[in-house]
Design a binder for this molecule. Structure first.
Ligand code: SAM
Length: 333
């Protein structure tokens, strides 16, 4: 490893995980994420511009790239983009780990082409197992079947283990916990619950609405007892098997068990702004210098300076919490 090339922030964290939003558009209006009235707010760049940025990041030690949005499957040229990413090598000479987060609505047709193009893994967001509840959350009728078909197509395409992410909101879909346990076992997917963070357009977040890791664990144990899988401190998800060894679930608990001290992430928005934290209140405009003729070396220097300013931690739930300058759908989760 050329350690001098690694991106390291002033808190000593190595940054090797890049999340890049390739569109601000989304075809769902999930109630806990979007207002339902607001559309895309930020432009998207040509795919070639994202690829150039990724190349510079990879030259600085990024080993994993996750494509997200908005809804990344809406972006024309995605398969070709994954093909290009598949040709890149990390500074160690290994293939890049290429992941995608999607709502799964268009995945049934795209899973195989994406796998053939070199996609390593896919995470599908799905916040209810029950069809009617799913429609209420996404505000899109009859979408559940399509997402399920997408999950299964991803499995057939070999993108295993497929992860299914669920954000729980008290009084809204927290009655789905056991159903998700069953779903993980029957479908052979890893279901991961993510604690709800204050990153929504409608600003409905309150500590009471968050279903915490401890609560999910105890409610899942009523369905079937769990055994924790040993994990590295740097892993964001706590992982569990059901006691009979069939079915894995994970819990990502940024609110009740923050993991900022191990954060290895950096984000680029659809319009080419670097965000060093989900909760950043300022961004670093990489697209600007790139459009005005910056060299790869200039861009690398800009990225290193941005990373150096990465926030120590988030302040969710604390007095004086300042909301992030963008909501989740416009950042890229
Ligand atoms: N459209 C894609 C999708 O649905 O996965 C990618 C973008 S979406 C913003 C990425 C993830 O962020 C989804 O899993 C969504 O559930 C999650 N998310 C959105 N708002 C959130 C919030 N306030 N707290 C936690 N997760 C959130």
């Amino acid at each position: 490893m050329q350690s001098e090339m690694m991106l390291t922030d002033k808190h000593g964290r190595d940054i090797h995980d890049l999340r890049i939003s390739i569109t601000d558009r989304c075809n769902y209006k999930c109630v806990y994420c979007r207002s339902g009235n607001d559309g895309p707010a930020f432009p998207e760049m040509p795919i070639a511009d994202y690829l150039r940025m990724v190349r510079v990041f990879v030259g600085l030690g990024i080993t994993k790239v996750r494509l997200t949005g908005g809804e990344p499957l809406l972006r024309r040229g995605l398969v070709e983009m994954v093909q290009e990413l598949g040709r890149m090598k990390t500074i160690n000479g290994s293939p890049l780990d290429i992941a995608l987060t999607t709502n799964g609505h268009l995945l049934a047709d795209l899973a195989q082409p994406l796998a053939d193009a070199g996609l390593s893994r896919v995470t599908v967001s799905m916040d209810a197992v029950d069809e009617e509840r799913f429609a209420r959350i996404t505000r899109v009728p009859n979408a559940h079947k399509r997402v399920l078909a997408g999950v299964r197509a991803a499995q057939r395409a070999g993108l295993n283990p497929v992860k299914v992410n669920c954000v729980l909101l008290r009084g809204f879909n927290d009655d789905q916990i056991a159903a998700f346990g069953r779903f993980a076992r029957v479908e052979g997917v890893v279901v991961r619950f993510i604690e709800f963070m204050p990153l929504e357009e409608d600003r409905v977040w309150s500590p009471e609405i968050v279903v915490t890791l401890d609560e999910i664990l105890s409610r899942m144990a009523e369905f079937m007892p769990l055994r924790e899988i040993e994990h590295q401190p740097s892993e964001t998800a706590r992982r569990y098997w059901f006691e009979d060894g069939v079915g894995e679930i994970g819990i990502i608990a940024p609110v009740s068990h923050p993991f900022c001290g191990h954060c290895s992430r950096i984000r680029v928005t659809s319009d080419g702004k670097i965000r060093t934290c989900l909760f950043s209140v300022r961004e670093h405009d990489l697209a600007g210098p790139m459009a005005s003729g910056a060299s790869d070396e200039d861009m690398a220097e800009f990225i290193m300076q941005a990373v150096d300013q990465k926030e120590a931690r988030h302040h969710i739930g604390e007095a004086g919490f300042i909301p992030a300058s963008r909501t989740m759908v416009h950042i890229g989760g």
